[in-house]
Design a protein around this ligand. Structure first.
Ligand code: NAD
Length: 360
């Protein structure tokens, strides 16, 4: 048995169809005794907040809808000003990772509690990680004040998430699970959660591809996303998340799709770092005969997920800089990755290569 350390991140989680509505929602937040709630929901998603809005009635003191991807500093400032102006004693965010990120930006400065109602599979709602973007540079940090106190998972709210976003976001969640097998803070508990998270998502995603209105499939995916975020919050990030972070930030690539494309190649490179990881990931994907990286590719083919970085916006002219940036970042990991391997990873992901990348 390996020695390990485990740090859980305390949050009260409620999962169930209809949990973001009426008395069921009010029961979740009763302990907060909030009187001046700030609701954060993206303009395009305002209908998703109908449940909390009608349950809270005149306890809603302000609604902030100017949500943008990757939380630009100007948006964070505007949301903080709105929270100060209404003297918010609770922030409720309804939406994807960008919306949760906006609530975290408020909590980081104002130390106001958050109730998160996630509507994608990003997983940010169960991590103490915040992110802000300024002039194309993304800064992230860890702070206990940004961890939502309550998380309400209502699968009904995800029924309208478009298929392409659902698949990419679900693969983003699988990426959290997969990397949790070799990331620096891994332990037997995060592996258990990651294992179950992969199983739930690998079952739910193909089913929702057949029918985006399949509530049971949506529930499996949202449950998997919770496990994924929770495993990731404790295990931390390594090769895969670092590559996605660098490429996404430098070339403005779409977040979830970048994860989908990079994951098989990052897995080929990094899974051998942790004994047993490769076999457990493949088994959780129900593809025990294949190495984990190839098993992920098989699932992604079935889901018709984006396959290459060139398909999602990286140009051939960007490639040399992309390789240098990734090599520089991976070279500074506690277990560094050499330039040649970093170049092989980025090139294969750029092309959407089907053959395994050389790992030595
Ligand atoms: P997102 O929040 O930008 O949402 C993607 C799109 O889906 C948006 O257009 C949104 O309006 C729409 N949408 C969301 N829910 C919907 C629904 N139920 N029905 C219809 N449309 C819906 O994207 P995301 O992938 O959820 O989050 C990505 C962001 O989250 C990135 O900035 C990423 O860095 C961050 N993130 C942070 C952490 C963390 O721990 N801090 C973890 C994961 C992701």
């Amino acid at each position: 048995m390996p020695e390990f350390e485990y740090t859980g991140h305390p949050s009260h989680v409620v999962f169930g169809v209809g949990s973001a509505e009426g008395q069921r929602f009010m029961r979740v937040i009763a302990t907060e005794q909030a009187q001046r709630v700030m609701l954060i929901v993206a303009e395009a998603d305002v209908r998703l907040a109908d449940g909390p809005r009608s349950a809270l009635g005149d306890r809603i003191a302000a609604t902030f809808t100017d949500v943008r991807p990757h939380v630009p500093v100007a948006v964070a400032e505007a949301a903080r000003t709105a929270a100060r102006d209404c003297a918010a004693d609770l922030v409720i965010c309804v939406g994807g990772g960008s919306t949760t990120g906006t609530a975290k930006a408020v909590a980081l400065e104002l130390d106001v509690p958050i109730v998160a109602v996630p509507t994608t599979y990003a997983g940010s709602e169960v991590t103490p990680v915040w992110g802000l973007t300024e002039s194309g540079r993304k800064t992230t940090g860890v702070d206990r004040r940004v961890l939502p106190r309550h998380v309400v998972y209502d699968p009904r709210l995800t029924l309208g998430l478009p298929l392409g976003i659902s698949i990419a976001s679900g693969l983003n969640a699988i990426a959290h699970c997969v990397e949790a097998f070799w990331a620096p803070g891994r332990n037997p508990i995060t592996s258990l959660m990651a294992d179950e998270g992969i199983r739930a998502l690998a079952e739910g995603l193909p089913a929702l591809r057949r029918d985006t209105g399949d509530l049971e499939a949506r529930s499996r995916c949202l449950y998997g996303a919770w496990l994924a975020g929770t495993a990731f919050a404790t295990a931390g990030s390594d090769v895969h998340h670092k590559v996605c972070h660098v490429l996404g930030g430098a070339f403005d690539l779409p977040h979830a799709e970048t994860h989908a494309v990079v994951l098989p190649y990052a897995t080929m490179l990094a899974a051998p770092r942790a004994p047993g990881a490769d076999a457990r990931i493949a088994a959780a994907l129900n593809l025990a005969d294949e190495p984990a990286g190839e098993a992920i590719m098989t699932l992604e083919r079935e889901l018709e997920a984006p396959r290459s970085l060139q398909e999602i916006g990286l140009t051939r002219g960007d490639l040399p800089r992309a390789i240098d940036l990734v090599a520089d970042t991976l070279g500074r990991l506690p277990t560094p990755v050499g330039h040649e391997q970093a170049a092989a990873l980025v090139t294969a992901a750029f092309e959407g290569a089907v053959e395994p990348i050389p790992v030595r």
